[in-house]
Design a protein around this ligand. Sequence first.
Ligand SMILES: Cc1cc2nc3c(=O)[nH]c(=O)nc-3n(C[C@H](O)[C@H](O)[C@H](O)COP(=O)(O)OP(=O)(O)OC[C@H]3O[C@@H](n4cnc5c(N)ncnc54)[C@H](O)[C@@H]3O)c2cc1C
Length: 450
Amino acid sequence: MQRKVDVLVIGAGPAGIISAVTARRYYPEKKITVIKSVEKGVVPCGIPYMFASLKNPDENELGNAALEENNIDIVVDEVIKIDRSEKTVTTKKDERFSYEKLVLAIGSEPIMPPIKGVKKKGCYLIYKDLVYLKKSIEEIRKVKNVLIIGGGFIGIEFADEVSNISGLNVYLVEILPNLLANSFDIEFSTLAEETLQSKGVTLLTSTSVEEILGDEKVEGVRLSNGREIAIDSIILGAGGAPNTKLATDAGLDIGKGRGIWVDEYMHTTDPDIFAVGDCAGKRDFYTRKNVSVMLASTATAEARIAGANLYRLRVIRENKGTIAIYSTYINGMVLCSAGLTENIAKKEGFEIVTGIINGVDKHPATLPGASKIKIKLIFSKYSGIILGGQVSGGISCGEIINLIGIAIQKRVSFAELETLQMATHPYLTSAPTAYPVVLAAQDAAQKIMI
Ligand SMILES: Cc1cc2nc3c(=O)[nH]c(=O)nc-3n(C[C@H](O)[C@H](O)[C@H](O)COP(=O)(O)OP(=O)(O)OC[C@H]3O[C@@H](n4cnc5c(N)ncnc54)[C@H](O)[C@@H]3O)c2cc1C
């Protein structure tokens, strides 16, 4: 049987859902269908909190409400082939769908690191599948020693969360000298390290796992320094790889990056096929180099662009590259990053200056609930344009980084940030006389050569 659809979206993660919902808004007359391979998906960012913070892991299910409310058909099946000349797709259950416009929102798969013994029972990859995750969490909660591989934001969120389970010894292994090293400079990475250590997590940086020991089941690990430790479960948090096979089998280009090649409007090399989210290639906002950024926030921004541009191009909705903006949360401390770090900006050849400030997010600083806040802004030395920013502190940082993010996207200068007009209130923000973003810009201003 062949079903006729106008807009066909493959995948129902954040990118698939938002592509379909946006398409409905711009093209209300179109028949829109989403095909998803996993019946019960999860809110990806909530996965770490299914171990202890949520009363019941089922609370993190990614439901169909947004699609149903927008009159979008949902099919649970896996697309196995795209025929571009006939404009059809075929599924595992042997159904065929014809499309006018096709959106690939097929996401990424967790990477299985090439470690001897990594397929033993007790090693867990993080699949975005509720049934799989519930079973894995139930098993991990029963053991005594857990090791997490990967000190990026996913690994540290797991370490923080599982260390809330009483009686569990938690180890975190990272091959680089610091945690979060790809998105934070050292003074912020150190804060993450101190916070995890204060919770009893054993950090093993500049270290890799050479071998996973045990017969059929994990019993321990041998580290790169030769040390062996007893371990019952291993969470593999070494990143993800974009799903591209469906696209390459259909003759679409990958380009020089890892994901499916897309232009500024999220077209693939076929003008009727779009790719969004983790499966799509990413270019850095400032350097335009291919980068490996996989964030739900980036995925939904791309989905909004694709959904609006399916039938008509809208020049004000184009993808100018990723600013890799994200926040993470460890035991009450928030760490946020956007744009280039000082380290990466220098490696890329930018001459930069930084502005750093320590402040408090309420005024006076003694008000209940006030948190310390640290902001670092990175500016180009000769133009004064902001290249990046990092923030640490309390809950308020979660939105301060979004202010810095829009400043980066709009290429704002230090002078515009110094003269920022902001809303302030004692309970809600820092004082207008000591607003940390302004003070950090002022700190940099003294060193800028214009
Ligand atoms: C533990 C964890 C925590 C995270 N926390 C954050 C966070 O705090 N903030 C943030 O911004 N990002 C976070 N991320 C990253 C975020 O999860 C991803 O960037 C996001 O899920 C990408 O969305 P997507 O829709 O592109 O892909 P996915 O979420 O991977 O969804 C793709 C969907 O397509 C389906 N699919 C694939 N192939 C087919 C096919 N052939 N046919 C039909 N369906 C198919 C898959 O089953 C899947 O449901 C986290 C990731 C993890 C693993």
